[in-house]
Ligand binder design. Structure first.
Ligand SMILES: [Zn+2]
Length: 240
């Protein structure tokens, strides 16, 4: 019926949504960089603590960067495409229901507004007017909770995840390449913690949260990760 006008742009017009979309993008990049930094630095600390030679350490660091970036890309691709498939299927089913049972769909929508606190007369009027304006859009938002279909670009999301992970992992790889073996572990731990504190502060600032808390949290977990891999490295290094 008049159900075909659900377009992504319409739902990203909302100002707050726009703002949080941008934040979401930046947040995802910072989180990806955190991941790359923590996992690659921890890998290096573990391998170095086991007493590995410089050559093996740099191979581990580069392999860690590539493996992590590919894994992020694969995970993001699968996650974004399956969400997008689900949303599309939901919308398709909704479009069919609207075409075959408009009356029932109007009652369904009115029921949702009653559950949210409108009286039944007002709910029926709201449902009727919203559906006259954009039936599929009203059901997408209020029944399915789909606000923005454009967010689903799997390949773009996969590349962005891989790239941000690789940027974060680049620091440990460079550190391994440039710092002498004897000073590697303390320099790696120090630079990683400083950079994590900076990234945590940036993420918190962008998201409007407390900079101190945001930066403390990520630094703490980075320290835990490196301590765990260092302990494992020493254990296996001693055993070998
Ligand atoms: Zn519906």
């Amino acid at each position: 019926m008049h159900a075909s006008s659900f377009t992504p742009a319409r739902y990203s017009r909302h100002r707050e949504l726009h703002r949080s979309d941008r934040i979401g993008w930046l947040r995802a990049s910072v989180l990806g960089a955190n991941d790359g930094l923590i996992s690659t630095a921890s890998l290096v600390v573990g391998v170095a603590a086991a007493g590995a030679a410089p050559q093996s350490i740099i191979v581990s660091a580069v392999a860690g960067l590539l493996a992590g970036a590919m894994s992020m890309a694969a995970g993001e691709y699968v996650s974004v495409s399956s969400q997008s498939d689900t949303e599309r299927a939901d919308l398709e089913r909704e479009r069919g229901e609207l075409a075959t049972d408009e009356h029932g769909e109007r009652a369904e929508l009115a029921g949702i507004y009653v559950a949210r606190g409108l009286d039944s007369e007002l709910a029926a009027r709201v449902a009727e007017q919203l559906m006259a304006h954009d039936a599929l859009g009203a059901h997408a938002r209020d029944e399915l909770g789909i606000h923005d279909l454009t967010a689903a670009r799997p390949l773009q999301a996969a590349l962005a995840s891989a790239a941000s992970f690789a940027v974060g992992a680049a620091l440990p790889v460079l550190t391994v390449a440039l710092v002498p073996r004897a000073q590697l572990v303390p320099v790696m731990v120090g630079t990683t913690l400083v950079l994590l504190a900076g990234l945590g502060a940036l993420a918190a600032r962008v998201g409007g949260a407390s900079v101190l808390v945001g930066s403390g949290r990520v630094t703490f977990w980075g320290a835990v990760a490196m301590a765990v891999t260092a302990a494992a490295g020493m254990l296996f290094g001693a055993a070998g």
